[in-house]
Design a protein around this ligand. Structure first.
Ligand code: FE
Ligand code: FE
Ligand code: ZN
Length: 274
């Protein structure tokens, strides 16, 4: 199983592979730039090449980069929207240094314009950003449906995927978000996956964010809890890591932890593997 967590990108790609290895991870996530700002790091092709070599040698699964939270592709503010589009294109170009990995991002918040308009903006930007053909698959993250977030329903992700019309678009399922969003993965994981398959198609599911939730089912809140300590509970994660449709996907922890805490959760989850 490919398990990992969010790592600080400040030390470079090769150092992230070393850090991941040191905590028992064989994939990881990182922010392509300051998650709450937009500054990107200086590019270092030697470091990226070294990382690619290490990832292969150590049999890592695909990495799951995360776009900045500030990148809102469907905001009502045209300047901010154009800026977000520039950020996305630059991030995808940067991902070409470590080819074949995933770039996950929050579809966006429509800030009052309505879901249909949001979907239209997001799809248009994605179509354009995929045109250069950078070797990366973008993943739309399933959202909790907080405020004006787009992507809280599988139907919304499907609408974006259809409008973009590329096989370089997939989905990253966040366990906290879908549960908060009203998909009962605690009592009926199979039913939720059947619904995902019916609406989107399971072939589009490329990665998981493993998070417990601080809030009850259908709360639309999005506050992550450590594995086994929230409303999802350890049993749910045992089912997830052993599920035939999920067990081969890269699984990324975004729980409130530092490295030792992540190491503990990774070991615990590996211990649940049947
Ligand atoms: Fe996210
Ligand atoms: Fe997430
Ligand atoms: Zn979240």
């Amino acid at each position: 199983m490919y398990l990992g967590c969010h790592l600080s990108a400040s030390s470079g790609y090769a150092a992230m592979v070393e850090t991941a290895s040191s905590i028992g991870a064989n994939t990881f996530a990182f922010f392509t730039r300051n998650p709450r700002g937009s500054r990107a790091k200086q590019e270092n092709p030697q470091d990226a090449a070294r990382a690619v070599e290490l990832l292969r040698e150590r049999h890592f699964g695909p990495l799951v980069a995360h776009g900045a939270y500030t990148m809102n592709l469907c905001t009502a503010d045209p300047e901010a929207r154009a800026f977000a589009a520039d950020v996305l294109l630059d991030d995808l170009r940067r991902m070409a240094a470590i080819p074949g990995n995933f770039y996950n991002f929050h579809p966006g918040s429509h800030t009052g314009q309505g879901t249909a308009q949001g979907i239209e903006y997001i799809s248009a930007v994605l179509r354009k950003s995929l045109e250069p053909g950078y070797p990366v698959t973008v993943l739309l993250e399933t959202m909790a449906g907080k405020g004006s977030e787009v992507g809280g329903r599988f139907e919304e992700l499907k609408a974006i995927i259809d409008a973009v019309g590329s096989n370089r678009v997939g989905v990253c399922l966040d366990t906290c978000h879908v549960y908060d969003g009203g998909y009962d993965i605690v009592n009926d994981l199979d039913g939720v996956l059947a619904e995902f398959d019916r609406v989107i198609g399971l072939d589009r599911l490329k990665a998981l964010h493993l998070n417990d939730s601080k809030n009850p089912f259908h709360s639309h809140k999005d506050r992550h809890e450590c594995i086994g300590q929230g409303s999802l509970g350890l049993k749910t994660f045992e089912t997830i890591v052993n599920h035939p449709a999920l067990k081969n996907l890269p699984m990324i922890l975004e729980t409130p932890n530092e490295l030792p805490g992540y190491a503990g959760e990774i070991a615990a989850l590996r211990g649940l593997e049947r």
